[in-house]
Design a protein around this ligand. Structure first.
Ligand SMILES: [Zn+2]
Length: 235
């Protein structure tokens, strides 16, 4: 087992990046490192889940569209089009794929439900964070009871964007350098969760950059269709 230098509350072990609050609660979850391989390969996915204590489990997956559709998980569900899951079913893992986009895991303090969501800049701009919070509210779970973690994604050290994105996000989510304009997806997601009513102390964003860390698959760096899996299950 290798444990890395990732900043708390994030830890890396057994091929997974994990969030300390979820780990402390005993909620099986993870964001896969490159060392476990491309998560489109079913055997790799099974291995990743087994590393989190979910041996022989298959997560519910989506045909992701960079959209706003969120499904409520149910056993045996087919692969639906959408970019998010909310689940109040115990023992049924839900997952999203990413490779530079931002994976979001959300849960409530009593673990009545969990969710996994995928958003790139398009999804964030369109309101994926707010939509995720609404799906929990529809289950009777108020924003103040929610916790959120934004997993490894393209960080502002590398995530250069065009000026046309400037009007879509808050100014604080950008940094401007001589090479251009850089977007902080994690800061933007965090600000949106807080705006939607979450306690700022209960929203974390992973500091790992998928583009430059070398420990994750990156679409921008590799231009290959290899994926990170982000998964969570209601205990
Ligand atoms: Zn970077």
């Amino acid at each position: 087992m290798s444990v890395s230098k990732t900043t708390p509350p994030w830890v890396r072990e057994s091929g997974l990046c994990r969030e300390a609050r979820l780990a402390a609660l005993g909620v099986p979850h993870g964001f896969t490192l490159k060392s476990l391989g491309d998560m489109k390969v079913p055997a790799n996915m099974e291995e990743a889940l087994s590393r989190a204590g979910l041996a022989r489990k298959t997560p519910l997956l989506l045909k992701q569209k960079h959209g706003m559709i969120i499904h409520r998980a149910a056993p045996g569900q087919k692969r639906l089009e959408g970019d998010g899951w909310v689940s109040d079913v115990s023992g049924l893992p839900v997952a999203v794929y990413s490779a530079d986009c931002i994976p979001l895991l959300v849960w409530d303090r009593d673990l009545k439900a969990v969710g996994a969501f995928h958003a790139g800049w398009r999804g964030l701009a369109a309101g994926m964070v707010e939509a995720a919070v609404e799906t929990f509210r529809a289950l009777g779970l108020a924003p103040a009871a929610l916790r959120a973690a934004a997993g490894p994604h393209a960080r502002p050290c590398c995530y250069r964007v065009g000026p046309e994105l400037e009007e879509r996000f808050r100014p604080e989510s950008f940094s401007r350098r001589p090479e251009g304009l850089f977007l902080d997806l994690g800061a933007e997601a965090r600000a949106r969760f807080v705006q939607a009513g979450l306690d700022p102390r209960e929203v974390t964003a992973c500091p790992d950059c998928t583009i430059c860390s070398g420990d994750y698959f990156s679409w921008r760096r590799e231009a290959q269709d290899h994926r990170i899996l982000s998964f969570i299950v209601r205990p």
